[in-house]
Design a protein around this ligand. Sequence first.
Ligand code: B1M
Length: 209
Amino acid sequence: MAKYQDLADAIIKGDNITSKEIAEKLVGDNIAAQDILNEGLVPGMNVVGQRFKANEMYIPEVLIAARAMHAAMDIIKPLLSEGGADLKGTVLIGTVQGDLHDIGKNLIGMMLEGGGYQVIDAGVDISAEKFVEEAKKSNAKLIGLSALLTTTMPAMKDVIDAVAADSEAAGIKIMVGGAPLTQEYADSIGADGYAPDASSAVDLAAKLL
Ligand code: B1M
């Protein structure tokens, strides 16, 4: 019988063919999709996150690992929703208005998915109003904002203000990140949290949700 550790190892190695095969075998052995997620996918992506943080893995390797994670996720996703499996919550992510950089945001999204969250990706160049609208539509309790330009960092405050101004959006938390950001800047605009990298973003989401 395929083992959870084999699945985690395939993800860490970035082997999308093996990760898909193992996920199929585990499903065939009647293992619950939630267990495959929690015992195989999440630990695999956790290792990837830790190694990336420690500079032992580089961006292309993380993206390849995330592809392997997605290959397995595609197998179990329909079963997760069928069984009403309890994903950890919905996170809306996006790059703020005026900013087209999306590599970091995409990494955050993949790591959050690997961490068991449902991720809705609003895309790039997203206005404050659109973030609020999408968060309400998807019932997201956390919005993750990315900005890579010093000129677009202030747009994060616009989103925070728009959420605060909308009574239907009450309780939605906001975390921010991106190369030019600092904890001080995040505090100054009233963000609920700041994460310097993708792995910390998953830890932060767990704290905020
Ligand atoms: Co642009 N660019 N770029 N660029 N670009 C930078 C950011 C820049 C620093 C380059 C430079 O001049 N040295 C500079 C910004 C300077 C500044 O603001 N002070 C810059 C500029 C000026 C520009 C243009 C204005 C250039 C021009 O047209 N004159 C233009 C702006 C376009 C726009 O957005 N409106 C532009 C365009 C582009 C490309 C389209 C060519 C391309 C983007 C492609 C894409 O994203 N699809 C691009 C790229 C690739 C870069 C660099 C080279 C790399 C950025 C990147 O992807 N890094 C960048 C220089 C650099 O950083 N060395 C640069 C890898 C990525 C994994 O890191 O996004 O930081 P990052 O994400 C990290 C963390 O920050 C964090 O986790 C991630 C993983 O650890 N994180 C979060 C990110 N989001 C988070 C959210 C969180 C938590 C953590 O919670 C929600």
